[in-house]
Structure formats: C-alpha cells, structure tokens
Design a protein around this ligand. Structure first.
Ligand SMILES: [Cu+2]
Length: 736
C-alpha cells in the first residue's frame, strides 16, 4: 500500500509538471492568436487544458495526503509540504483568477459568430489586452513553476528539518511570481499596441532554441554538480566533531568524558577459554554439487567453520588474511561485544590486509545463535563466503548426548560467475552484487541433505539467513516451537503446525521439536537477491519468491525411519509480534524514553559517489550525510522505522539488541521480541527500544548489504566516543 502510494506520488508529480507546462504555454500564447476566431478556439482549448491540469493537481495532492495518511506524518510530510503545498497555493490562484479571466475571453469572442449577422467584431488590440491579462497568465505560470519544484522535491526529497527548506521553496515560488508579473507587464504593453505583429517564425524558433538550450545546460550542469557533490571524500573520519548529530530530543554532545574506540576493548589480559584462528583466502572452491564458486573462504570452508563456545567464556579469535586483496575483518553479528572488538573497517579498526592478522577478544554473555562475517566490503565479502555460524551455548548446559543440534546456514552462492565475483550493482542497487547464477544452499549443499534421526530425539535447528533478502522457511512433518529469535530465548513458545517462517536477511531462528516416526523436512524458499539477469527494478519480492516467479530452494530431511516425505508447509506466516507469552522486560511497562529517533527508509533519485542511481535513503539522505544518532550511556532510546520504499530493509544495530514495541501501531503482545536485525517490509512501521549500555561508535545499517554499500548506513554514537579510524577511498577501509 505505502510503496504503491510512493510510486503514485512519483508518477503524479511528473504528470503534474507536464500538464502544468502545457497549460502555462497555452496561457502565454493566447494573446498571440491573429484573429478573434482563433483566440476563441484557443481560449476554449486552454480552459480545457487548465481544468485537466487542475484535476492532475488534485490527484497529486491526494496521493501525498494518502501517503501521509498511510505512513503517518513522519512518512509523508516531505511530499505534502514540498510536493503538494506549493501546487495548492498556485492552484487556488488559478481557480480564483485565471479561470474567470479565460472565461471572459471566451465571452468577449462570441462576436465573431454574431458578426455574420451584422454585429461589430471586437477590436483586435483590445482582445489581445484581454487575453494577456496578468490574472490569466501569471497564476498558470506560477502553477507550472510549483509543479516543477514539486516534482523535483518528490524525486529527490530534501532532508529534515524541513522548516528552512520550506521557507526557501516558498520564497523561490513568490520570487518567480514577482518576476513573471514584471515580464507579463512588459509583454502586455507590447501586445496591446494597435500595430503589434506576432514575431516572425525565425524569431520564434530562435527563442525556443535559446530556451531549450538554457534548460538543457541548467539540467546538465545541475546533474554534474550533484554527481560531483555526491563523491565520497578520500577520508571520512570517526572523530566526534566530524559528525552531524541527531540528538533525538535529548541533550547535545559534549557532556561526557572523551574516549576513543581503542579504549573500549574486550578482556586483553585474561587467559582465553577458547582460541580459534580464521584464515581468509581468495580461491576458487566447489560446492557439494561440484559447481564452482569464485570464493573468499575462511579456513578453506564454505561457509567458514562453525564456532561453538559457552556463554561467559573468554573467546579469542585470530584473523589471518592470506591473500584477500581488499582486506578482511570479523564482525560478531548479534553478539554485544565491546566496541573495539566489533570488526567494522574504518570505524573500530583498519581492514586487515594480506599477510596481516588481528586478534579479537570478547566474552559472550548470552547463549544463542549468532554469526560472524567480514565487515570490509561486506556486500561482496559475505556474498562470496566470508562468514560462518557462531553458536553460544549455556555455560553449564548438561548436554543430552542423543540430542540433535544443527546449525543450518542458508546462503545463495554465485556459481560459474567467471571469477572475481565483482561488485556489480549498477544503476539500480536491487541488482545482485555477486554476478553469476545464484544457487541456494544450506551450508555449501544445494541438494537435499538427508540425516537419520531416531524417533523421539529432541532436535534443535538453528536457522541462519546469510543473505540480503528475507527468506521463507518451511518445516513440515512435525509440530515445532520457535525457541529463540536472533539469539534471544522466546518466553512460552507454543507449538506451530505448518507455519511459514520469514527470516530477515542476517536474522536467526532456533526451532525445536521431537523427531516423529516419519521424516521432517526443512526447506528454504526464494532467491538471495533480485535476479541478476533482470534490468528492471526488482526488490526482494513477496514471500521469498524473488524476481518473476523464480523460486530456489534448499532442503534438509531428518528421517525418523518411517512414513513418506511430507509436503512443504503452507500454513499461515509466523508472527513474532503475537507469539509466546508476555514477560517482564528491563524497561518496565510504561517506560520513559530519553531519546526518540525517527528513521524513514525511502527511495530517491540521485547520485551516490558520483553514480546516478535509485538511492536507498534514511530520512532522504545517504551515507555519510545521515546524521549519527547521539546517545549517552544509560539512555533508554526509542527508534521508529517507517519503510516507504520499494524493498525490504533488515535494519541491524551493532552492539545492542532492540525490543520491538509495536508494528503499524499494534502493540507487541507475545513474548518480549528482542532482535538485532529487524526486517522492515515496505509499508511497515516499527517502534523499537534499546538501552544504551555499550559505549562506542556503532553501525546501524540495512543488512541488505547491497543497500548498505550504496549508502544505507548511519552510526549510533555515544557522546564523547571518537574513532581514530577512517573510511574513504584513500584509507582502504570500505566497511560495506
Ligand atoms: Cu535496505
């Protein structure tokens, strides 16, 4: 609904510009008709054109208001204020002045027909005076200016706060009106003279050419200026004074003691309980099916090895980069590690270049299913394989030796991509970044995997979606519970039958059940990303069926020894908002929020780093122009996400978990729904809360990593914390 209204706004703002352009031309030319008969004919035509333009105006304004109605004032204010309001003002003047003036011309020219019956024909200079009246021409011209301004502000809406921009826009409109009045005054004097002759054809052609050339030069230079301005600086620093901040209604920066990211490390002195080494290599690998992948791999495996630790253990991971040219880092997705261990190139460390190493140390404090991945050029690094599962078990869990505990990482591999993997993307960033044909797999296996599990065995399946798009999982053959979401235990989970599960890109669900006598089948549906072969704009699509009906699946069959294979689940979509039983949260029942942030996820036509594209924006801006969310330690923070764009955005906050408060105004009524990667689908509005209890400079970004690469990234900045690291072309650090 909202994404459709977004498209309607684009369409009707452009149509309004076209129709008002014609109406303005008609009004201006009316006085130049040579005879009373042609003036009359043109006046009638002009009136019809004007009424059509007014109808288009009404539709355009209705589209803006409908968007504000559906997405809230937050999601529609810019279109109403900049797209619709100037048009309404000009339209009112047109109805009050131009329409009656047109009508007077039509009435005054009734005489030509009467002339045959001997009546006096109207004096031509008087008629020209009448047809060039200020009230007839100028309001329509102002309407044209308003429509063009409105279209520009709809295609590329301004960033908040809106007050100043609105003042500028209205001032421009009034200035244009003033200028047009002066011009029309001159013109009226000229055409009103008895000996006035219409300009020659050559003169008209010359003038038209001059106008078209001027407009073209303006458009081209405007675009190249915008392209140039969008170029990312060679260095973008992480020090506090280089950020612009959104304070969310709280106190501004400069209250807290100064620290840098490097002060915020994990336990550096203690003896680690677990040690791992992950070595990154760039090499061609084969999937279990034999298909070739131009991979980046940890320890020669696709995906990287699963790391299993216990909560409370001190974990030390040494990252070694053997030959990944652009560098590697390790980010612990979902684990609230100390800031310096977060592994974001250019924010918490420098990218680890070939031949170098980096040591991470952290103590996971919560059992659950997590994953790790490189956060240097993550859009291509993750697509090509630099990721793996990280499972944190309870500290002293008495392990049932019979129990089955499997991590199932879903990923779409680009096979036979002819090497390189590339960064793809192109003008429309919905296009897959990996190139080649995508094959959906569990782990590295695109085929049906089979495992014998004795009936009665407790089973835990840890689903990890290591793709950009949300994916639909189907578990058939057993009633099951969703025991955990994003590494957070669900309170009071109930049994589900045939429910479909939709996991955010980067999200995790733990499913538990007892193996029945018959087989249980887990299937993941859908492509990882939009079809790379398509040139049209495609997002993630509905229910994981991406592109035009292309459905890719991977399957896991747990065989209890009897019965026949179950049909894929086709029940209702699982909804975490209402699942499980309510429980107390650390925020209380009616919390007071220290800061309130609003993030509108949208589309805009513009440039990113010099390239023209459909931008994925946050509050109409892209990195690095999105203000950082400023917090101070201890703040309770509320964030509202509104998605009025054409695609899903799995919003991932580093270093913190978010509690979902409501969706589309409906309060969460089930188990507390904690998440680190929240899929905000087109048209959805979520309110989430988190406690600012982990100081640092954190990424808050879309985990559709192609969107992030194209600028859908902002930071959560603790007051007083700065970073000695920098991103930008000349630094080698490119986190996305
Ligand atoms: Cu996104």
């Amino acid at each position: 609904m909202v994404e459709n209204l977004f498209e309607q706004n684009i369409l009707w703002s452009v149509l309004a510009a076209v129709f008002w352009g014609f109406a303005a031309r008609g009004a201006r030319k009316l006085a130049t008709r040579p005879t009373a008969v042609s003036v009359r004919r043109r006046a009638r035509l002009g009136l019809v054109l004007l009424c059509t333009a007014l109808v288009v105006l009404v539709v355009r304004v209705a589209a803006a208001l409908a968007l504000a109605g559906a997405a809230g004032w937050l999601g529609g204010a810019d279109y109403v204020l900049f797209g619709a309001l100037p048009l309404v003002l000009a339209g009112a003047a047109v109805v009050a002045l131009s329409v009656p003036a047109y009508w007077r011309v039509v009435r005054a020219t009734r005489h030509p027909e009467a002339a045959a019956e001997g009546a006096q024909p109207p004096d031509p200079s008087m008629l020209r005076q009448l047809a060039s009246r200020m009230g007839l021409v100028v309001p329509v011209q102002v309407g044209c200016v308003a429509a063009f301004l409105g279209a520009a502000c709809t295609l590329h809406p301004p960033t908040p706060p809106f007050t100043l921009t609105l003042v500028v826009e209205l001032t421009l409109l009034f200035a244009a009106a003033g200028g047009l009045v002066l011009l029309q005054q001159q013109r009226r004097t000229a055409v009103g003279a008895p000996d006035w002759r219409p300009p020659s054809r050559a003169k008209r052609m010359l003038r038209a050419t001059a106008v078209v050339t001027t407009l073209t030069v303006l458009a081209v230079s405007g675009c190249s200026l915008a392209a140039e301005q969008s170029r990312l600086p060679g260095r973008i620093g992480g020090s506090a004074h280089q950020h612009s901040f959104d304070t969310g209604g709280g106190p501004s920066a400069g209250q807290a003691p100064l620290r840098t990211v490097d002060d915020l490390t994990g336990d550096r002195a203690g003896k680690p309980d677990r040690r791992f080494t992950l070595t990154a290599t760039d090499r061609t690998m084969r999937l279990a099916s034999g298909e070739k992948v131009a991979a980046l791999a940890f320890n020669g495996q696709l995906p990287g090895p699963e790391l299993r630790v216990r909560s409370g253990q001190l974990v030390e991971v040494t990252l070694v980069n053997r030959n990944v040219r652009d560098g590697v880092t390790l980010h612990w997705h979902g684990v609230d590690v100390p800031n310096a261990e977060d592994g974001v190139a250019g924010v918490t460390q420098d990218a680890v270049l070939p031949g170098r190493r980096h040591v991470y140390r952290f103590r996971p404090d919560r059992a659950g299913t997590f994953w790790y991945h490189s956060h240097q050029q993550s859009s291509s690094a993750v697509a090509r394989g630099l990721f793996g599962a990280l499972v944190v078990e309870e500290p002293e869990a008495a392990k049932d030796p019979e129990a089955v505990d499997r991590t199932v990482v879903a990923h779409a591999w680009a096979v036979d991509s002819g090497g390189g993997g590339g960064h793809g993307g192109g003008a429309l960033s919905g296009v897959n970044g990996a190139g080649g044909t995508l094959r959906t797999a569990f782990g590295d296996d695109t085929r049906m995997r089979k495992e014998e599990v004795p009936p009665g065995t407790p089973v835990r399946l840890r689903l990890v979606n290591a793709d950009n798009c949300p994916r639909t999982y189907l578990l058939a053959g057993a009633a099951f519970k969703v025991a955990a979401i994003d590494g957070n235990e669900v309170s009071g989970p109930t049994e589900l039958h045939n429910a479909r599960l939709r996991l955010a890109g980067g999200g995790r669900y733990d499913l538990t059940f007892r193996q029945p006598a018959g087989p249980v089948r887990l299937t993941v549906v859908g492509d990882a990303n939009a079809s790379s072969a398509s040139h049209s704009f495609e997002g993630c699509g509905e229910d994981g069926a991406y592109g035009k009906g292309r459905v890719e699946t991977a399957s896991l069959l747990l065989d209890g020894g009897g019965g026949s294979e179950p049909a894929p689940a086709a029940g209702p979509l699982f909804d975490p908002l209402r699942y499980g039983t309510p429980a107390d949260t650390p925020f209380g029942s009616s919390p007071h929020f220290d800061r309130d942030f609003h993030l509108v996820l949208g589309n805009s036509f513009g440039f990113f780093d010099g390239r023209p594209m459909v931008l994925w924006t946050i509050n109409n801006a892209v990195y690095p122009d999105i203000p950082a969310l400023l917090v101070k330690e201890g703040d309770l923070v509320r964030t509202t996400f509104v998605n009025r764009s054409l695609d899903d955005h799995p919003m991932h906050l580093h270093g913190h978990r978010m509690l979902v408060l409501s969706r589309n105004g409906e309060k969460a009524t089930g188990s507390p729904w904690w998440t680190d990667t929240l899929n905000v689908a087109p048209g959805e509005r979520y309110e989430v809360a988190f406690r600012a209890d982990n100081p640092g400079l954190w990424m808050d970004h879309c985990h559709n990593l192609d969107h992030a690469r194209d600028g859908m990234v902002l930071h959560l900045a603790y007051d007083g914390v700065s970073s000695p690291y920098e991103t930008g072309r000349s630094t080698g650090n490119r986190p996305e």
